[in-house]
Design a protein around this ligand. Structure first.
Ligand code: PEP
Ligand code: MG
Length: 883
């Protein structure tokens, strides 16, 4: 097996096509090398080696060591040095690089190969002692943290202590001799804390670092990140071992990161930050606040610190040309890392840049306009789930703003919430249903849970490429970073800004689009769905085959869904209409009535209310299809539960507490979701279905008159397992239809269909289709009944299943294609065999999940139906599935 691929000096064994094997970073380093760009020579250990390592009890594969040693000889030749050589030592960077980028989640070691001897050679060689010892102390800090497991804070404490003693403000003020003293303290601390000395042997260092990178694939934050981004644990990571180039070699050296377009807005402008005399981690960690790369950005930021363009014009010009070249080569916005060593530019990474949803739309539309990509490619470029970000509100420009601070506009959108200072508090508060803003000096990958729980994120340190900024943009959570004027005291729970002192629990608002921090809650505006968004949706609509409907029962939801482009209602859950005010009382009277007559009396009160609901829905949908489902949940859901509630309700409807308690007891079921619900209610109490059918038909007559458009209601019977159940209910619906047609003197077209929510229904679909004119797959219940797991209780153990790798995705979120999906496929085929023009749709939560939508396209469903805010997601996902 070939475990190692080399690159350097204008040629590489791999290329961008080898992403799965070499990881994103390794594949792109190879590609840049092949393009003749300046890339420090190195080697990539394949992801296969990592997989082998985990399959074999965390052992390195045979032959790996020899291959690495060979490759390093070659790297040394190109670099004019040798690894472990005391005179001309080759120093290395060791960095992880998985197939999918996982920024900051795994480990990196820089300056590897330094020890008490080689550091002197580096000092001699470079003629810069300060640089040599600065590199050495960086290496010790990183290696001890990443490989030896010693918390980096102990080193920061020592460094802060020494700097204070010496009266230095910046790390760059520390002299070589002062670094020696600090390094001696570092070494002593390592021995003290760990009982072993810092390794001096470069080979031991190297294999320690490679092992640490492999091991970091399974660290807690990497596992969490993979779960959040659906990255399989089985992929493993590659390891890139590369000759070091030094951004900390004095004032003509620098390191930075850049995007070829603005990752926040999508504007076509080079966007990036750098630090003079620094190494890469200084930029990402947000320890020093970086400077703008271009003059234009510097001026816009109002900064008096010079841009790279001014400071190192030669290297800047070369970098600009490379940016253009890479963007054209990859035909996408790139995210780059570079280092300038004594005036010479080196490229350390390129990859497709992460961007906000807004930027993604603008870049896709612009690139289509520039002829760089086609419209279909533009549609494919947008992650459907990310559209959610655009549906977030922004601050009303006319609202009064009580500004208490400002920072960088790190992730757009506005958010209001109570201040919390730790991720744990954020998680707890969110569980309790409170909206919070996570306020931190800076964030680290350990904060990922808190960042997820928060409505918004505020940090006082770090740039646009800091951890907080990158992660927040990825999640679509508004974020203001680097608000340097804020004084955050997490221990005492205070935030001091512009003289005001805020405490944990106080409400603030973040404007992630301007970087402002505002006191209190501020009026917001709903999102604008035109512009680039509208254009991409137009292109998507032109390509998709499936229709997209919405699950809605309230007029507000139905209107929102229409504005998001819904083409009808795929599921109106009528039970939701029975909870308001008087309705619930009438409903309870119906449930408590001892006879059919009593029930009919109570139902007569509900009829006009249902009718007016349906009229409104039909009017909003103006002739688009509307699927209305008959009552589904078990009746006990409408009854009071606690003793106090029972007493109160008994008073309102005028029955005795005993009678009500008795009925509550009678309706109690051990497994209500498998109990007296769905069409079983209609079989027991046909008068309920009859009332609902009458309300639907009368509303159809009314709405056809008021809108001038014909309404063709689709009446849907839930939880059918037997064809005979549907026969029974359909007969009642048809009878009511005849009555209403007779009374109104107009004809009413309508469809009667069923949900497919039980395995039996799927298997008997050919028989059911003799009666049903449409099927709607209720994949929430179908998942529940196929797996035999409760949709209400499963999340606790499904999480464990995911953590233990038994399932990759929650089947209630993404359709289990192999099992539940197979039933959907069988039912579709059987349904069509009986009734070729049968209408097929899906209305479970999966209807708004892009991966599930793709499956629906494959098996040829006619439409998907999802909650209003997911309608744009489904439209785009349906288009992508059709391309
Ligand atoms: C379903 O079961 O998938 C469905 C849409 O119905 P409900 O979620 O109301 O049970
Ligand atoms: Mg259901």
């Amino acid at each position: 097996t070939k475990w190692v691929y080399t690159f350097g000096d204008g040629q590489a064994e791999g290329s961008a096509a080898d992403r799965n094997l070499l990881g994103g970073k390794g594949a792109n380093l190879a590609e840049m090398c092949n393009l003749g760009l300046p890339v420090p020579p190195g080697l990539t250990i394949t992801t296969d080696a990592c997989v082998w390592y985990y399959d074999n009890g965390r052992k390195m594969p045979d032959g790996l060591e020899a291959a690495v040693t060979d490759a390093l000889v070659n790297v040394g030749k190109i670099a004019g040095r040798a690894f472990g050589d005391p005179e001309k030592p080759l120093l290395l960077s060791v960095r992880s690089g998985a197939r999918a980028s996982m920024p900051g989640m795994m480990d990196t070691v820089l300056n590897l190969g330094l020890n008490d001897e080689t550091v002197l050679a580096v000092a001699r060689d470079s003629g810069d002692e300060r640089f040599a010892f600065d590199s050495y102390r960086r290496f010790i800090q990183m290696y001890a943290d990443v490989v030896m497991g010693l918390d980096h804070e102990v080193f920061e404490e020592i460094l802060e202590d020494e700097k204070a003693r010496l009266g230095h403000e910046l790390d760059t003020d520390v002299s070589a001799d002062e670094w020696r003293v600090i390094i001696a303290r570092y070494m002593a601390t390592i021995e003290e804390e760990l009982g072993i000395p810092f390794p001096q042997d470069p080979h031991q260092q190297l294999w320690g670092a490679i092992g640490a990178v492999f091991a970091s694939w399974m660290n807690a934050r990497a596992i969490t990140y993979r779960q959040l981004h659906d990255i399989p644990a089985s992929w493993g990571t590659a390891v890139n071992v590369q000759a070091m180039v030094f951004g900390n070699l004095g004032d003509q050296s620098a390191t930075g990161v850049a995007f070829t377009r603005n990752p926040s807005t999508g504007a076509k402008e080079l966007y990036g930050e750098f630090l003079v005399n620094a190494q890469g981690e200084d930029v990402v960690a947000g320890i020093r606040t970086p400077q703008s790369i271009t003059e234009a950005a510097r001026i816009e930021a109002g900064s008096d610190r010079p841009s790279l363009e001014k400071l190192m014009p030669g290297a800047f010009a070369e970098f600009l040309a490379i940016c253009d070249r890479l963007e054209n080569h990859y035909r996408d916005m790139q995210d780059l890392e570079f280092t300038i060593q004594a005036g010479k530019l080196w490229m350390l990474q390129t990859r497709s840049g992460k961007r906000t949803a807004k930027a993604a739309l603008k870049i896709a539309v612009d690139m289509a306009g520039e002829g760089l990509i086609s419209r279909e490619e533009a549609v494919m470029r947008i992650d459907p789930a990310s559209l959610d970000q655009l549906l977030h509100p922004t601050i009303d420009p006319h609202a009064a703003r009580d500004i208490i601070g400002s920072g960088l506009p790190a992730s757009p959108g506005a958010a209001t919430g109570e201040i919390v200072f730790t991720s744990e508090e954020a998680v707890e508060a969110a569980k309790a249903g409170r909206k919070v803003i996570l306020v931190r000096v800076e964030t680290s990958p350990e904060d990922i849970h808190g960042m997820h729980a928060a409505e918004g994120i505020l940090t006082s340190r770090g740039g646009m490429t800091s951890h907080a900024a990158v992660v927040a943009r990825g999640m679509g959570t508004p974020c203001v970073s680097g608000a340097g004027g804020l004084r955050i005291d997490a221990r005492n729970g205070t935030l001091v800004s512009l003289g005001a002192t805020l405490k944990a629990g106080d409400v603030i608002t973040l404007d992630g689009s301007t970087g402002q921090v505002l006191k209190g809650a501020v009026a917001m505006l709903q999102p604008e769905l035109s512009g680039d968004f509208g254009l991409i949706m137009e292109w998507a609509d032109a390509t998709r085959r499936m229709k997209v409907r919405t699950n809605a029962e309230t007029p507000a939801d139905a209107r929102a869904a229409r504005s998001f482009g819904a083409e009808g209602i795929g599921l109106c859950r009528t039970e939701h209409m029975f909870f308001d005010g008087d309705r619930i009382t009438a409903m309870r009277e119906m449930i408590l009535a001892g006879s059919e007559g009593g029930r009919r009396t109570a139902l007569a009160k509900l009829l006009p209310m249902q009718r007016s609901d349906f009229i409104e829905l039909f009017e909003i949908m103006k002739g688009l299809p509307v699927t209305i489902r008959l009552l589904d949940p078990p009746l006990h859901e409408f009854l009071p539960k606690t003793e106090e509630e029972i007493a109160e309700v008994a008073g309102v409807i005028g029955v005795s507490v005993e009678k009500l308690s008795q009925r509550v007891d009678e309706l109690h079921e051990f497994n209500p979701m498998l109990g007296h619900r769905g069409c079983r209610l209609a079989v027991s109490y046909p008068e309920i279905a009859e009332m609902q059918a009458r309300a639907i038909f009368e509303a159809a007559v009314e709405a056809a008159k008021s809108t001038g458009a014909p309404v063709v209601p689709e009446i849907m019977v839930p939880l059918v397992g037997l064809r005979e159940e549907l026969d029974f209910v359909k007969a009642r619906i048809d009878a009511v239809a005849r009555e209403v047609i007779g009374e109104a003197g107009v004809d009413i077209a309508y469809l009667v269909g069923t949900m497919i929510e039980l395995p039996r229904a799927a298997i008997r679909a050919h028989a059911i289709a003799e009666v049903a004119e449409f099927f709607s797959f209720g994949t929430n219940d179908l998942t529940q009944t196929t797996f035999g797991i409760s949709r209400d209780d499963a999340s606790s153990f499904l999480m464990t299943y995911q953590q233990k790798g038994i399932i990759e995705q929650d089947p209630f979120v993404t359709l289990d294609i192999d099992g539940v999906g197979e039933l959907v496929r069988i039912a579709s085929d059987k349904g069509r065999a009986t009734r070729p023009d049968i209408k097929l749709g899906i209305c479970g939560e999966h209807g708004g999940d892009p991966a599930s939508v793709r499956f629906c396209e494959q098996i040829g469903l006619d439409y998907v139906s999802c909650s209003p805010f997911r309608v744009p997601i489904a439209r785009l996902a349906a288009a992508q599935a059709a391309i």
